[in-house]
Design a protein around this ligand. Structure first.
Ligand code: ADP
Length: 470
């Protein structure tokens, strides 16, 4: 049975959050973040729909309209949230796909829930999609959906985009359900990744694991062609650029510096509290620089904003304890009264306040051990219209492919990290301007609109009957 939607986004979460308005009534508010900003206009233009979980367990909501978007909630039971979402998605796939920097849990009941929930998403999508509709499936929680959906609705054009890294074959092979995942993805016409290396990992896997033929970025599956290609996601450059053109943003940035005791240098980290982000490594480096006297007392402060996340997964609770212990130690050893060298905050900030923090930061420290892209790095660049500020960036973030003029670093190398942090702190304004100008050109050109447009163009121009090289 076909429905009436000609364009459909399928994602784990709907693009809205539940809020309580002034009168105490429950309402919906568009979720912050680049993905929603990029896709919402496409959805509104094409009168499309978005299918996803509303965020609370055991709830059966009817489809509704919000902000010009047709939203279709997918129900999840409390047990499914535990096994499919916290389990298979965040305790199995997340660490496996991020270079095993955390130990993945291989649990058969998680896998069962993952299949069951993926099937529900696919069935609901099959029901609402119009004949020949375009369906764009998002991210690692839904890798089985493309094949399940194709089986139900071979008439659809299906795209898939993976927002997180795709691991090398040697790591992916550990997954007991490796074959099913690759077959699931191959249900799509176009499989998008953040980096070209991830697309190559996937193609290599298709060849080795499934014995499929390929040429360039095309994999031949039965009588179909599947393309695997990189589409690096980005941020809304113009929105941030506009925020920092307002004088109040710079006034606020100056105020932040004053509140921090007017240090010569402010170093900033902004992350979800996740073991992939390398927060411990950067704090170690900063602590050692204070200990050795390379950074004089009062010369620099480190502001680390760490939003707690996934707190029901044990590794995340342990990480939080570790980081808090580390911050306590550094401050215990190096703080003077009223002047701790590390400011550690769990606060969630508005875009304007975050932009002011970026403007106040002399050195932005982005040191993930592995990251699909890292939007914080691109947001920092978007905010530095003054052409100043230094970006210290891990080689293991997707953003490093594009932001070649950053102070690139291997975050596992603490001595290297110390050296590059000092270099970034001491770089002269002319050098900083040269680097920042080049990085801004890149982010301004390849912004999030361009990302969505490039993916949609590739999906819609995909010629599934192409037989080149067979
Ligand atoms: P991930 O998606 O793994 O969390 P990214 O760096 O790609 O990492 O994206 C994080 C996003 O969350 C960025 O857009 C960033 O601005 C936002 N963010 C992170 N911490 C906060 C915070 N404390 N308040 C508001 N936004 C935040």
């Amino acid at each position: 049975m076909a429905g009436g939607c000609t364009f459909l986004i399928v994602a784990n979460r709907l693009p809205v959050d539940r809020v309580t308005d002034a009168t105490g009534k429950a309402a919906w508010r568009r979720s912050p973040g680049g993905l929603v900003t990029a896709i919402a206009p496409v959805l509104q233009r094409r009168h499309g729909a978005w299918l996803g979980w509303a965020g609370a367990a055991d709830e059966d909501l009817k489809p509704f309209e919000d902000d010009g978007m047709h939203l279709i909630p997918v129900p999840l039971s409390a047990e499914e949230v535990q096994d499919y979402y916290e389990g298979f998605s965040n305790a199995t796939l997340w660490p496996l796909y991020h270079d095993v920097v955390g130990e993945p849990v291989y649990e058969r009941s998680f896998w069962e829930a993952y299949q069951r929930v993926n099937r529900r998403f696919a069935e609901m999508a099959a029901e609402v999609a119009a004949p020949g509709a375009v369906v764009w499936v998002q991210d690692y929680q839904l890798q089985l959906v493309p094949a399940m959906l194709r089986e139900l609705r071979p008439d659809l054009r299906i795209g898939f985009f993976l927002h997180i890294p795709f691991p090398p074959m040697e790591l992916f092979y550990r997954l007991p359900w490796r074959r099913q995942i690759v077959e699931g993805l191959l249900g799509a016409d176009l499989v998008g990744f953040q980096r070209p290396g991830a697309a190559s990992n996937f193609i290599r896997l298709c060849r080795r694991l499934l014995n499929l033929k390929y040429q360039g970025n095309q994999v031949f599956v039965d009588d179909r062609v599947v393309r695997a290609q990189a589409f690096p996601i980005s941020v809304d450059f113009n929105e941030l650029d506009e925020v920092v053109r307002r004088p109040q943003t710079w006034r606020r940035a100056a105020q932040i510096r004053e509140e921090l005791g007017n240090p010569q240098k402010i170093l900033l980290g902004v992350d979800r509290l996740d073991y992939t982000k390398g927060i411990g490594q950067r704090l170690s480096a900063f602590g050692e620089l204070l200990g050795s006297g390379d950074i004089a007392p009062g010369e620099a402060v480190f502001v680390q904003i760490a939003t707690p996340s996934r707190e029901r997964v044990e590794q995340y609770r342990l990480l939080r304890d570790e980081i808090e212990l580390q911050v306590g130690r550094i401050n215990g050893e190096h703080a003077r009264l009223g002047a701790p060298p590390v400011h550690y905050l769990h606060t969630s900030y508005s875009r304007a306040e975050l932009a002011a923090l970026y403007c106040a930061a002399d050195v932005m420290v982005v040191t993930p051990l592995r990251d699909g892209m890292n939007l914080v790095a691109k947001e920092y660049v978007s905010c530095r219209g003054d052409q100043q500020g230094a970006l210290v960036l891990s080689e293991f973030a997707g953003a490093a492919d594009e932001l070649r003029q950053a102070f690139l670093v291997n975050p596992y190398d603490i001595d290297g990290l110390k050296k590059i942090m000092l270099e970034a702190m001491r770089a002269n304004p002319a050098e900083l301007a040269k680097r920042m100008r080049a990085m801004r050109r890149r982010v301004a050109t390849y912004d999030v609109d361009r990302w969505a447009a490039d993916f949609m163009d590739a999906l819609e121009s995909h010629d599934e009957t192409s037989r080149e090289g067979r």
